[in-house]
Ligand binder design. Structure first.
Ligand code: DGL
Length: 268
């Protein structure tokens, strides 16, 4: 049986979006093995009810724990917003999530205390970012906006398209009127829109992408628990999806920033 240090890091999302987190983890921890799970049969989660999302999150957690992982990273803001406590309760291994990481980084970045949050409908309706931010700094002024059209636009590859620009202007105008100085990209897909969003929102607003922060947290946690693989270890990555592995492979390359292999179709 492999030692704990040799086990992969389990990273999961509703689909391809969490690959932005996998990419940051691969950069920060190049010797670690990654087992990525994308629930491509049931994506998007962002328009579903909290009960349904929790049910899906429990199934994925059980699957990854059965495969044996040394750390779980909830790379989906929607699951982190409504299901993180259930996931933590089920897991004997540490659990990190993008929402907590993003909130922490944003609270650290803001100078004026006016923070904007964008995400899926489920994430915004849960108010999970408001709770996480207020737990860190109760005086923060938080303004949220659901941006449901961004996910299909990103999956379509319309990262710098006039339609996407128009949609972004429409979504962000109310946040801009609130004079925010920090904007949390509270959805796995939004980091791919960074250049376009920067253009729409201007230089004075810091965009918070939690992928790098969560990767730093993973590195720190594994070092503390002495569960890092050695610097000469060869990383292998596996990708498990619940439908259309071919499309995951094609679209996923954009999120991961390199071609991906070893995509397996699995059933939950
Ligand atoms: N992964 C989801 C998130 O980060 C976006 C896609 C979906 O709606 O499932 O919120």
């Amino acid at each position: 049986m492999p030692s704990l240090a040799q086990l992969p890091i389990g990273i999961f999302d509703s689909g391809v979006g969490g690959l932005t987190v996998a990419r940051a983890v691969m950069q920060r921890l190049p010797h670690e093995r990654i087992l990525y799970f994308g629930d491509t049969a049931r994506v998007p989660y962002g328009v579903k009810s909290p009960d349904t999302i929790r049910h899906f999150a429990r199934q994925i957690t059980a699957y990854l724990l059965e495969q044996r992982v040394k750390l779980l990273i909830v790379a989906c803001n929607t699951m982190a917003a409504v299901a993180v406590e259930e996931i933590q309760k089920m897991s004997p291994v540490p659990v990190l999530n993008v929402l907590a990481a993003g909130a922490r980084y944003a609270a650290h970045c803001t100078r004026t205390g006016h923070i904007g949050v964008i995400g899926t409908l489920a994430t915004i309706n849960s108010h999970a970012y408001d709770h996480a931010l207020h737990a860190l700094t109760p005086t923060l002024d938080i303004h949220s906006q659901a941006c449901p059209l961004f996910v299909p636009l990103v999956e379509e590859g319309w990262l710098d398209h006039p339609v996407t620009r128009l949609v972004a202007q429409e979504y962000l105008q109310s946040l801009l009127a609130k004079r925010i100085d920090t904007l949390i990209l509270g959805c796995t897909h939004y980091p791919l829109l960074k250049p376009l969003l920067e253009h729409v929102i201007g230089d004075d607003v810091t965009l918070v992408d939690s992928a790098a922060t969560v990767a730093d947290q993973a590195a720190e946690l594994l070092a503390t628990h002495k569960r890092l693989r050695s610097a000469d270890a060869h990383p292998e990555h596996r990708y498990c999806v619940t439908d259309v592995p071919q499309r995951f492979q094609e679209v996923g390359g954009r999120f991961l920033g390199r071609p991906l292999h070893n995509v397996e179709l699995v059933a939950l």
